[in-house]
Design a binder for this molecule. Structure first.
Ligand code: GDD
Ligand code: MN
Length: 381
């Protein structure tokens, strides 16, 4: 037997093989209804990343079009392909965060599945990170050489406006903080991760704002192409998410958009209550107590519906869960009413100023309702 085929005991072959399997670059691709795009993207990654130890992680929010099945079929043939299927959750930022954290590659890229991002830039981005020149590399549409060709005027205007707001309010210094295409050192990401918001679309802006200038960043130009198959998931609600993120970062996380929305919905509830009370008394000639109870009931119901569509859009209850949630919401709000009245009474007892006592009670009520709704109605799964 030839000596060369004997295993080298100092350096077991298994270890070197295992080491070769450890990816250097993890490409994280959030997906929602992208079944026709994932295979094409995989092919392009394979072509462009030759010679690099890479993996791709698709983070799919249980797409109804069966994206995760397509990814799993790819994964069955190539171990570099992985699928994280999230159930009961929606959100681009959250998906990216989970994807990066699920990998142990030292470098992680985030890109869209629809081929709007230019995968041929990945090796260049990786080289900038590996050389230590950058800790974050951003694919930028707004520096010389880059462009957003596929944008219509409205979208271009909105993007420019949001970029301006981010720069002024948050002091973000890069040209394209709204880009969804970037690569980052995982250890740096790991440090920032606990402070990132899982809600919304703007993961890069969040990273940059959270790092407060402490992240060595290089921007490289790319052309934002047009979507291959399917349609964009960006809707007008994205503006709301953006505002929320700016607000949260600006106030160092003391004010959350969710709480503001919840309080605003509560404000509309007051009008619904008074309107119903008025109708009950005038139109249906109900006794006051019954009209008042009806008003509270209708207001709680409309608050629930609005919160389900706006405040907790990313965790929207559907089907039978709506009924369960509604009942829990009634219960939470009823206890909240006791807390409200109790606080108002005790303030009034100390300091008989009606508006101060009333406001203190209302604040207590909304804080209670918010905290308890988060626990029992729209609880995180
Ligand atoms: N897991 C998951 N969950 N993925 C999602 C979700 C979600 O709720 N919403 C969207 N995605 C995925 C899409 O499947 C796609 O792969 C990627 O995120 C981007 O979504 P698009 O719907 O294609 O967004 P876009 O092209 O309008 O916006 C892109 O450009 C913006 C810059 O103008 C994104 O890259 C944005 O991040 C970027 O800010
Ligand atoms: Mn897209």
């Amino acid at each position: 037997m030839n000596e060369a085929v004997l295993p080298d005991l100092d350096q077991p072959t298994q270890t070197t093989e295992q080491a070769a399997n450890v990816p250097m670059l993890s490409v994280v691709v959030p997906t929602f209804n992208e079944r026709d795009n994932v295979g094409v993207l995989y092919g392009k990654l394979e072509a462009t990343l030759k010679g690099i130890a890479w993996e791709v992680l698709f983070v799919d929010d249980n797409s109804p079009d069966g994206t995760s099945e397509v990814v799993r079929a790819l994964a069955a043939q190539d171990a570099r392909v992985r699928c994280v299927r999230r159930i009961g959750r929606r959100g681009l930022s959250g998906a990216c965060i989970e994807g990066i954290l699920a990998s142990s590659a030292p470098f992680a890229a985030v890109m869209d599945a629809d081929l709007q991002h230019d995968e041929t830039q990945l090796p260049k981005m990786l080289a900038l990170l590996e050389s230590g020149e950058a800790e974050l590399v951003v694919g930028s549409r707004y520096i010389a050489g880059g462009s957003a060709a596929g944008f219509n005027r409205r979208r271009a205007g909105a993007s420019a406006f949001a970029t301006e707001v981010a720069k002024r309010v948050l002091g973000v210094r890069i040209a394209d903080p709204m880009s969804g295409f970037f690569m980052i050192r995982r250890d740096r990401f790991e440090q920032l991760a606990p402070e990132l918001s899982t809600q919304g679309f703007k993961i890069l802006l969040d990273i940059v704002a959270t790092a407060r200038g402490e992240l060595r960043t290089v921007e490289i130009p790319f052309t934002f192409g047009s979507r291959l198959h399917g349609e964009s998931k960006l809707d007008s609600m994205v503006a709301l998410d953006f505002l929320g993120l700016v607000l949260a970062k600006f106030t160092h996380d003391t004010v959350s958009l969710r709480f503001l929305l919840f309080a605003m919905v509560g404000g509309t509830g007051l009008f619904v209550h008074l309107g119903t009370l008025f109708l009950g008394l005038q139109l249906f000639e109900l006794p006051f107590a019954e009209a008042q109870a009806l008003g509270a009931f209708v207001a709680m119901t409309s608050n629930f519906v609005l919160n389900n569509f706006l405040t907790y859009r990313d965790q929207r209850l559907k089907g039978l869960a709506i009924l369960r949630g509604l009942l829990a919401f009634y219960l939470v709000c009823s206890v909240g009413l006791f807390a409200n009245v109790g606080v108002a009474f005790s303030v009034y007892d100390q300091e008989p100023i009606w508006w101060l006592a009333g406001a203190a009670g209302a604040l207590m009520g909304v804080v209670w309702n918010y905290a308890m709704s988060g626990l029992f109605v729209w609880r995180k799964r």
